[in-house]
Design a protein. Sequence first.
Length: 228
Amino acid sequence: MTVPTHVAIIMDGNGRWAAQRGWARIKGHKAGVQTVEHILEAASDAGIRHLSLYAFSTENWKRPALEVGALMALLRMYLRIFLPQLTRKGIRFHHLGSLEGMPEGIRQDIRALEDATAANSGMTFHLAVNYGSRLELAQAARRCVEDGLRPDQVDEAALEVRLWTAGVPDVDLLIRTSGEHRISNFMLWQSAYAELYMTDLLWPDFGPAQLQEALEDFAQRERRFGGI
């Protein structure tokens, strides 16, 4: 079976999953993080080389302050307890997004986890926190100007090496949970030729078996990369 090199997932539906059970939204987010742990294991075992998970967008700061605060606390807790799992599986951690405007404690934890797993040679786990693809592209264009490039030097290659994903293969398979059919400002450049897989399952209900179904569906696709 053909296994995609880079799988990206828009993890959606934590709040609805909790609401269906009459619980606070934060319980859905906690369940969602447990799903992340299971998917990390399954993706690594499947031979995926890059797994990108959309955890917190630049637009998510507009959510109620109480929910944002709870999410940041949850993120910091799991950034600290991910290390044993990543070490055991040889997974390298990489943050996608802007560190600007994030709490200093989280920035420190992100850097610490990146440093602690830098030598790992297995799958790379890209966690998108404070990520927005339009911001990423705007910053890449700004860096071209700051680096003194002439207009005729600003091409696809010049932008690509200035993205947060510089050196990372393009997305092969983009998965979104919760029944939504949009990519919500996630990896617009990197997903230009990605195969899309949408499922009605809410993120906490998406497990290794569902990931395998998505991989099997991908293996049946005929990829043309823009060709007829």
